[in-house]
Design a protein around this ligand. Structure first.
Ligand code: C2E
Ligand code: MG
Ligand code: MG
Ligand code: MG
Length: 276
């Protein structure tokens, strides 16, 4: 019996499971090498005020130059980075690079209103015991004004250990860093826990923005009403069409981000997006 079971397992491992495991292991090794060689680049996507259509700041989005001519998007590697724990060093590297970029783009135009940068913080990163210390060190080392850094966490992360999340978010807020809830509406946060969390911005998930004019209007209006009563700013993600942007503005949404305004761009293209 044992023999048969053993053979069955071997057969399974020769198949697609095996290939998948090898692929993941290779990717993990390549990611580790990529970290060592700094093979990652950031692109920046503008977040635009709907009142005057000006860029207020940028979300930093990581890409991986896995080979000289392949720029891999996060959807294809973030999950493995998260499972392997590599997201922790990668995420803090992204944060430091994003702060340095923001210092540069604001120094280039000192007369203008400074534009902030918003950085995604993964669940694993947020769970680090020293997350607050590491953010503090990045602020100090990069010299960015703390008010020019925002972090984005998802509602599930904020909800999973609410007491700790409240303490960490308070400490980050006390450093002067802004806090956004990303992909809002896709999680399961109860309104009662939500209002105890010290964050300042809700980012409405693009699935709802994409459904404006169909069945998305109700949810978008509900989120906007909730945000108003909690005195939160709202960013609509994934605004792709003029009709969506006009509808969002008419509903009283503060800010939007999406291909209608710009795709994520390399740092060299940022200056053109903050022209007066
Ligand atoms: P996210 O934080 O919700 O970022 C927004 C994603 O939506 C980006 O995809 C952006 O390119 C895309 N997007 C923006 N506007 C539009 C639009 O109008 N239409 C459509 N269809 N898409 C739009 P991207 O860069 O591929 O990133 C995907 C996700 O990967 C991000 O979602 C975020 O969760 C994660 N991610 C990206 N960079 C980092 C990072 O540095 N650290 C961590 N932990 N996660 C990251
Ligand atoms: Mg985000
Ligand atoms: Mg998002
Ligand atoms: Mg999203």
């Amino acid at each position: 019996r044992a023999k048969t079971a053993g053979r069955a397992r071997v057969a399974l491992f020769d198949g697609s499971l095996h290939r998948d495991a090898v692929r993941r292991l290779e990717m993990e090794n390549d990611l580790r090498a990529g970290l060592r060689d700094e093979a990652f680049v950031l692109h920046f996507q503008p977040i635009v005020s709907l009142a005057d259509r000006r860029t207020q700041g940028f979300e930093a989005l990581v890409r991986w130059r896995r080979t000289p001519d392949a720029l891999v998007h996060p959807g294809d590697f973030i999950a493995i980075a998260e499972e392997s724990g590599l997201i922790v060093p990668l995420g803090f590297w992204v944060m430091a690079q994003a702060c340095r970029a923001a210092v540069r783009w604001n120094a280039a135009e000192p007369a203008r209103v400074p534009r902030w940068v918003s950085v995604n913080v993964s669940p694993r990163q947020f769970r680090c015991d020293d997350v607050v210390e590491r953010v503090r060190a990045i602020l100090r080392d990069t010299g960015i004004a703390p008010g020019l850094l925002k972090i984005e966490i998802t509602e599930s992360v904020a909800m999973e250990n609410t007491e700790r999340a409240i303490a960490v978010l308070r400490s980050l807020r006390d450093l002067g860093v802004g806090i956004s809830i990303d992909d809002f509406g896709t999680g399961y946060s109860s309104l009662s826990s939500l209002h105890r969390l010290p964050f300042d911005t809700l980012k409405i998930d693009r699935s709802f923005v994409g459904a404006i004019g169909r069945d998305g209007d109700g949810i978008v209006r509900t989120v906007l009403g909730l945000a108003r009563s909690l005195r939160l700013a709202v960013v609509a993600e994934g605004a792709e069409t003029a009709a969506q942007v006009d509808a969002l503005a008419a509903m009283g949404c503060d800010q939007a981000q999406g291909f209608h305004f710009s795709r994520p761009v390399p740092e060299a293209a940022v200056a053109a997006l903050i022209a007066p």
